[in-house]
Design a protein around this ligand. Structure first.
Ligand code: IDP
Ligand code: MG
Length: 151
């Protein structure tokens, strides 16, 4: 099943929004197969955000993501990448629709609360970077047949 990596960023953790944000992904129907509280070091942050190296916001992005603890989750589900991006909302919270996490809780692109993988390929890579295969739990929910037509 498709996987995506979610990071509840330092601003969201500091603001006491972990539960609120996890609840939105749970309610969406995505299945949590990995979850941990951690503080990212600069090396891990640089690997995760390698695609943005050289951009104007790159250094401030690394400062932000390493500034305080984060909660990292691997989620599974049908079209998990696209579904999670929808629940998260547009990169700039000012453009994010009401009802999305960024649209409901954010104002600025540099404090946008959550990361979600942007493609199926990156979802696999990012989940592997943070959890490896042994860091994930394969399990079924009793409710899966009411969320997935073919569990
Ligand atoms: P995404 O998180 O919606 O996938 P990306 O374009 O991949 O957005 O950018 C990664 C992260 O870098 C954003 O979530 C945001 O935290 C930060 N970022 C992106 N663009 C800017 C910017 O113009 N100024 C400051 N931070 C930015
Ligand atoms: Mg991105």
């Amino acid at each position: 099943m498709e996987r995506t990596l979610i990071i509840i960023k330092p601003d969201a953790v500091q603001r006491g929004l972990i539960g609120e944000i996890v609840a939105r992904f749970e309610r969406r129907g995505l299945r949590i197969v990995g979850m941990k509280l951690m503080q990212m070091d600069r090396d891990l942050a640089a690997r995760h955000y390698a695609v943005h190296k050289g951009k104007s916001f790159y250094e401030s992005l690394l400062d932000y993501i390493t500034s305080a603890p984060v909660v990292v989750m691997a989620l599974e589900g049908t079209d998990a990448v696209k579904a999670a991006r929808g629940t998260i909302g547009a990169t700039n919270p000012a453009d994010a629709g009401a009802g999305s996490i960024r649209g409901d809780f954010g104002l600025e692109v540099g404090r946008n609360l959550v990361h979600g993988s942007d493609s199926v390929e990156n979802g696999e890579k990012e989940v592997a970077l943070f959890f490896g295969e042994s860091g994930l739990l394969a399990w079924g929910r009793d409710v899966d047949r009411w969320i997935f037509e073919k569990p």
